[in-house]
Design a protein around this ligand. Structure first.
Ligand code: CS2
Length: 490
């Protein structure tokens, strides 16, 4: 059965839907960059909220931003399906649940119709703009300043019709101000600490380069709440599409799968209103920071700590790598000795329990998340997920083996061959040529001059430099598994 708004009423009973009449739903949220994670997370909470009374004006209009073939395909698929898609939630040891998510009521591919995207963003009905533009998408340098000189930003400043996220937001806000329409709230849903503040800094910096007065207006009128988001959502390849459709019996051109765990902690700062997300499992708080810190520095950092060595060891799936006793111990030690001691637990949360739960989530075979998905864009992820922990360990002259090992694995991973000599794709869109050359230099210490490590203070500690060089040589001469044995030994 093809998935369309016509077939929605005739889905098999095994497929769940949130109980509301989609015909009555209008868009109140615009989401920029509709990745898998958005469709498995924010769109799901909103899908639940739309079933509550008085919520029908909080549908989502998705806006795709990237002009690449995969995004064009996704746009075509979602447009043909009126924004509908199936989502398979995969708990460990219990049957999967398949639902059709209905909250995405419209989809615009901005590169194909920039005017339509801008028009939607200036529509007074849109009161919240959410976005998932990845860690590196905020153009922050190592000191936390917006990269005003970055070629992508400089190019967008010259365009009449903007193409970047910040150009689009600034232009939409300018048009709203001109038309006397209230500003929307901007909610970043990326894995970045203080994502609200970072989004504010990026939007204001961009706007300031265009028009000082507009920047002042934005700073007075736009709210930028922070939030912590969590749900493991693997990439979906052609074989997954085939499998998911075979299992669900639905012909869906954009199906998804994810774990059953889901969490969203949001700062309650929505002057233009928001869906009743608090009634469908979202936690609202005045202080998101401790939740963000714990999630990024425990879960995301462990993901990197696992993925980079595991890829080199020839593993391709997270659950498979978690069965390697030594990798498992590496994560336990990283969590227990490096991350947890540096963190404050949010109210009612136990860090050891949180750590144990995340290891259990990683072990979930039904999800079979891809290590290469996690390893990709490590150049943007390591400074966000690992840097704060690494800085403290190195500054305190603590046991620096795990950090040195991870960073050494990152450099080897950039070479694109695992220990068995098998080539794997290295997706590092933000790695500069200079950094690539430093990582590949015959002098292993040179890699510490890469801009990805700028500001970490690593070279201030000679013992760290010694360890890092030792790890790099060991990775080359003895390979990853043997090096790991030394890292986890007492
Ligand atoms: C992962 C995240 O990409 C990564 O590095 O750590 O995508 C992770 O799966 C999500 O943040 C889970 O909420």
């Amino acid at each position: 059965m093809k998935l369309t708004s016509e077939t929605l009423a005739h889905l098999p009973e095994t497929i769940l839907t949130s109980p509301y009449d989609r015909q009555k739903v209008t868009a109140g949220i615009a989401h920029l960059s509709v990745g898998n994670f958005h469709r498995a997370h924010q769109a799901v909470y909103t899908d639940r909220a739309l079933a509550l009374p008085g919520q029908e004006n909080w549908g989502i209009v998705g806006i795709g931003l990237m002009d690449v073939p995969s995004e064009v395909q996704k746009a075509e698929a979602l447009q043909a399906q009126s924004g509908l898609y199936t989502l398979r939630e995969c708990p460990a040891g219990r049957p999967d649940v398949v639902r059709v998510v209905k909250s995405l009521v419209e989809y615009i591919h901005a590169p194909a119709d920039r005017a339509a995207a801008l028009k939607r963003l200036t529509d007074p009905a849109i009161r919240i703009v959410t976005m998932t533009i990845t860690e590196g998408g905020y153009y922050m340098d190592e000191a936390g300043h917006f990269m005003t000189d970055h070629p992508a930003i400089a190019a967008d400043l010259k365009r009449d019709v903007p193409e970047s996220v910040f150009g689009l937001l600034t232009e939409a806000l300018r048009l709203r101000r001109e038309a006397g329409v209230n500003a929307f709230t901007i909610l970043s849903c990326d894995n970045v600490p203080s994502n609200g503040e970072i989004a504010r800094r990026a939007v204001l910096s961009f706007a300031r380069l265009k028009d000082d007065e507009l920047a002042d207006w934005i700073s007075r009128n736009v709210a930028f709440p922070s939030c912590m988001v969590d749900r493991i959502t693997p990439a979906v390849g052609p074989a997954d599409i085939e499998r998911l459709n075979r299992e669900s019996g639905i012909e869906d051109r954009a199906p998804l799968f994810c774990e059953d765990f889901i969490q969203w902690v949001v700062e309650d700062k929505f002057p233009e209103g928001r869906p009743a997300w608090e009634n469908v499992g979202v936690l609202f708080t005045d202080n998101v920071e401790p939740y963000e810190q714990v999630k990024l520095r425990m879960l995301n950092a462990s993901h990197s700590m696992l993925a980079l060595p595991a890829v080199l060891m020839g593993y391709r799936f997270v659950s498979e790598a978690m069965e390697d006793e030594n990798l498992f111990r590496l994560l336990q030690q990283f969590l227990g000795f490096d991350s947890e001691p540096q963190l404050n637990a949010p109210p009612g949360m136990s860090l050891p329990e949180y750590g144990a739960l995340l290891l259990q989530r990683f072990r979930n075979k039904a999800v079979s998340d891809q290590l290469l998905r996690i390893a990709s864009d490590s150049t943007s992820k390591l400074p966000v997920f690992v840097r704060p922990t690494a800085e403290t360990v190195v500054q305190d002259n603590g046991d620096m083996r795990r950090i040195a090992f991870l960073l050494a694995c990152y450099c080897t991973y950039l070479g694109g061959f695992d220990d068995k000599g098998t080539e794997f794709p290295v997706t590092e869109p933000r790695l500069s040529k200079e950094d690539r050359a430093l990582a590949g230099s015959s002098d292993p210490a040179k890699a510490l001059d890469m801009s990805v490590f700028a500001g970490w203070g690593l070279t201030d500690n000679p013992e760290f430099v010694r360890l890092f060089v030792e790890m790099r040589i060991s990775l080359q001469d003895r390979r990853t598994a043997e090096t790991l044995v030394d890292v986890i030994s007492p």
